[in-house]
Design a protein. Sequence first.
Length: 278
Amino acid sequence: MANEVDLVVQSLGSNPFRPLGSPVIDPGPYETAIKLRKLSRTLKQIGCGADPDLAPNLQALLDEIGRATGGDPRRLGVVCLFGTSNGSGLILALARALNRLAGAPRLTYVAVGDLTMMPFGRSPDVPGIGTLQPVNAPDLGLLVTANPFAGLFGRGLPVSASDIPPPRIADPGIVADRRDNHFTAQGNRVRLFSLSPAGADSRWWTSTQNFGEVHGRIDGWTNLERVTTSSGSVIVRGPGSIDEGHHDDLCGKALLDMKADAATELLKAIQKFPIVPP
């Protein structure tokens, strides 16, 4: 029978890829819906983290899905994928791989929370997606030209970029019924680099997080910018804790929303199936 293995995958970038866990969402409403309709379906849930090199993680997920479907992508039904931070990159890679898998269905729900955009590109890149380098330079306008402290750019002090248009990446080409991108711009900063994607002696994206990661928009997606707070302290925990605090706050808030949205989209899809007559 085709399309009878429904799939939910969650990837949290704060955790290592293994061990794989389950469940991700409460299966109760799903089980009630399939019982009411007398449907012969199963729900495969996978919870994981994400490692710096996502290629082995992606292959492990595809192997796990292959075991659940007996190696037949046509058995996949409703597919909901979501993740936070570096886990967002793994979710994009998995979505792209499933889009390219012959016989696999159109994805139902794909969502990311504070996808890690790397100002100078990430290495290794996200399989099938790329380096997640922003395509737009900071548009500071009067924020800098009228700022009497603008000279501090040249002394390496990152200036907050939370009030300007955020960085963005091009649409990675993932096909899904719903594509949500949760992010906060409150940890983004800008500094002067001797050489950047914008050219020599130009201002480019950065932050006080590891590798200067920033967060922003994905072209063509539903972009959900969130206001966040940070518990970081320059004195107690160091300057990096401020931007990290905004990132952690966003990931926590977005994860709750994405779990609920994935459960809702899964149930809505199941409820479209007619009740099987006795």
